[in-house]
Write a protein that binds this ligand. Structure first.
Ligand code: GLN
Length: 178
C-alpha cells in the first residue's frame, strides 16, 4: 500500500470510531453510489463531512473524487456526495467512448516528470469553482486533478502505476495539519 511505503501508519476506516483515530483520509476508487449508500447506512457520512469541514486532509481518487465533489452530474437517483471540493464532476465521463485508458499528464506542481495516469470508468471535473484549483487537464482541456486547501482529488489512479507524488502531497498536508 502506497501510504505505508511512504512511512505512514495507515489503517482502514469503516466506522466512526476508526475515523476518530486518523489525521487524514484517502477515499479510494470503487463505485461512488455504493460508497455513498454505505457511508450513510453506517453513520459515517455526517462525521466525515464534519471532519472535512474542520480541515482534515483528504485525497480522493476516482470514486473518491466524486465523493468529495460538491456537485455530482450523472449521479444515480438519490446519490449524495460528502462535498468539500468546489467542483462539479461527471461520473463515467468517458463511458460511451472508452471505459479505460492511460495517458501522460504534465503536472507542474509535482515536478518535471509527467504523471502516467490510468483512468477506469473515470469522472471528469466539468466545473472548477473559485475555491478550487485545477492541477491538471487532458489535452482537450478537461480537468482531471484538483486541489482546494487540504483536499486533493484525481480522476485517475496513481497507485496503479507506482506514482507516489499525490500520496506524498497528501501526507505533507497531514503532517502540516498535525
Ligand atoms: N465509475 C465509478 C463511480 O461512479 C468510479 C470508478 C472508479 O473509481 N474507478 O463511482
Amino acid at each position: 500500500m502506497v501510504l505505508r511505503e511512504l512511512g505512514a501508519d495507515a489503517v482502514p476506516v469503516r466506522r466512526e470510531s476508526e475515523l476518530d483515530g486518523v489525521a487524514g483520509l484517502v477515499i479510494p476508487g470503487g463505485e461512488s453510489s455504493v460508497m455513498d449508500k454505505l457511508s450513510r447506512t453506517f453513520g459515517l457520512a455526517e462525521p466525515l463531512k464534519a471532519r472535512i469541514a474542520a480541515g482534515m486532509p483528504v485525497y480522493g481518487t476516482c470514486a473518491g473524487l466524486i465523493m468529495l465533489a460538491d456537485t455530482v452530474l450523472d449521479a444515480v437517483p438519490g446519490q449524495q456526495s460528502l462535498g468539500g471540493l468546489d467542483i462539479a464532476v461527471r461520473r463515467n465521463a468517458f463511458g460511451n467512448q472508452l471505459d479505460s485508458f492511460e495517458t501522460d499528464l504534465e503536472i507542474p506542481e509535482l515536478g518535471e516528470e509527467p504523471v502516467h495516469a490510468v483512468f477506469i470508468r473515470a469522472p471528469v471535473v466539468e466545473r472548477v469553482g473559485p475555491k478550487a484549483h485545477a492541477l491538471s487537464s487532458l489535452a482537450d482541456g478537461r480537468v482531471v486533478a484538483v486541489e482546494q486547501g487540504n483536499l486533493l482529488g484525481t480522476s485517475f489512479h496513481p497507485e496503479m502505476t507506482d506514482e507516489y507524488r499525490f500520496h506524498a502531497r497528501f501526507l505533507d498536508r497531514v503532517r502540516g495539519a498535525a
